[in-house]
Design a protein around this ligand. Sequence first.
Ligand code: ZN
Length: 317
Amino acid sequence: MKPILFLTPVFKEMVWGGDRLHAEFGYDIPGDDTGECWGICAHPNGDAVVTAEGFTGKTLSQLFRERPELFGNIGGDRFPLLIKIIDAKADLSIQVHPNDAYAGSHENGSLGKMECWYVLDCPKDAKLVLGHKAKSQGEVREMIEQGKWEDFLQYVPVKKGDFIQIDPGTVHAITTGCLLLETQQNSDVTYRVYDYGRLSNGKPRELHVQKSIDVILAPAKAPEDMVKHVQNLPKNTLNELISCQYYTVFKLDLEGEMTFEQSYPFFNISVTEGEAALNGTAIKKGDHLILPADFGNVKLEGKAEIIASVAGQMKKI
Ligand code: ZN
């Protein structure tokens, strides 16, 4: 039988972080300013350690290099995805990510970053920064250089259970009180456009204005093309939330029992609510795990909310 690869998350303290990753997920966080739990990660800035018989102590990037057959021999020089839970106790800076081509040539061969968010919780009147109101590249430059933030930024209301796809080149910011699960390309390249003039340890954080202007796309996508309301999906089935070049993300509301065939190169699971048995092994809220290639039949029993993903617009193998 193929092993379930459980992962030990990596935590990141951030000026905008809080303590909900401990209070609500029970993680042993490093401090009350913990902004990110990197649940499934194989990046130089955070590499999760695997727990599974025969592999314990290896990092995910080691395992991806040394045992490619566990990942369906998909090729590539790195594990393609990064999955995080984000606790924003304060507003994050306004930011944008480059695409692969720009990151490759300006950031030492790094990947670009396509990302998507599932809103685990947020305040009643929450709004996220998604896109902008400039009509052209020239207007983007002008509004940023002149600091016309109120005219420039587009705020979009969101609620718990919404799902948001963010293409490279899209201006975005997570706002106070939002708790999100993020599925993204395995990249840590972020350009900070604006930080509300805030100081961190007495100094403003570094901005990347020129690179931001280079990569921001204009005009921006309409909000309704970025936000999906996925609150009432059928239970006990893998509901596809998005399928793009880099990832396919599913939501599963388990209530009782369901089975499916794991015939993707590999299958990422993050449990965001409840608990269940997966082929008899207990999984619970806060667990992150990978079902390797040829895992075969998966039987889930319990009551849980799961966000799962596979790399790319993967055809089953
Ligand atoms: Zn981002």
